[in-house]
Design a protein around this ligand. Structure first.
Ligand SMILES: [Zn+2]
Length: 135
């Protein structure tokens, strides 16, 4: 099955979601929100990973990406697994994904959002640049 990608607003997953991309496989959808990577099945949250565990990590520590050889379409496809950066265990197997979804996942450790005021902060910051809360 070819995954579909959507961009829009999701308010049911978390109160402060401003951005997401989805990959749909059967009844399973994956959302990248400002705080979490969320796996849902038929509208219910199955699993969620806090973005904070990826803070300060390099992409290869938490993403296992391999290119799928193209046969029919000329769309670049990749298989993606999300790893626990500490143990190396697979947390989510995202299956086959298109390039833009992979790019979104690779940006997961580039910015962090304050859980109090929602301000986007640099991953190297210890406190929020807007309200001073610990990140
Ligand atoms: Zn803040």
């Amino acid at each position: 099955m070819i995954p579909t990608i959507g961009i829009g607003l999701v308010l049911t997953i978390s109160g402060l979601v401003v951005f997401y991309r989805t990959v749909t496989r059967g009844g399973t959808k994956y959302y990248l929100t400002n705080f979490r990577l969320v796996e849902t099945n038929k509208g219910k949250i199955v699993r969620q990973i806090s973005r904070s565990i990826f803070k300060g990590r390099t992409i290869s520590q938490f993403l296992q990406i391999s290119e799928v050889p193209m046969f029919k379409s000329n769309v670049e496809m990749f298989t993606v697994k999300v790893l626990d950066p500490q143990s190396g265990n697979v947390l989510m197997n995202l299956g086959t994904n298109q390039g833009p979804s992979v790019k979104a996942l690779e940006s997961i450790q580039e910015s962090f959002y304050c859980q109090y005021c929602g301000r986007k902060n640099n991953p190297s910051s210890a406190v929020c640049s807007n309200c001073g809360a610990n990140l």
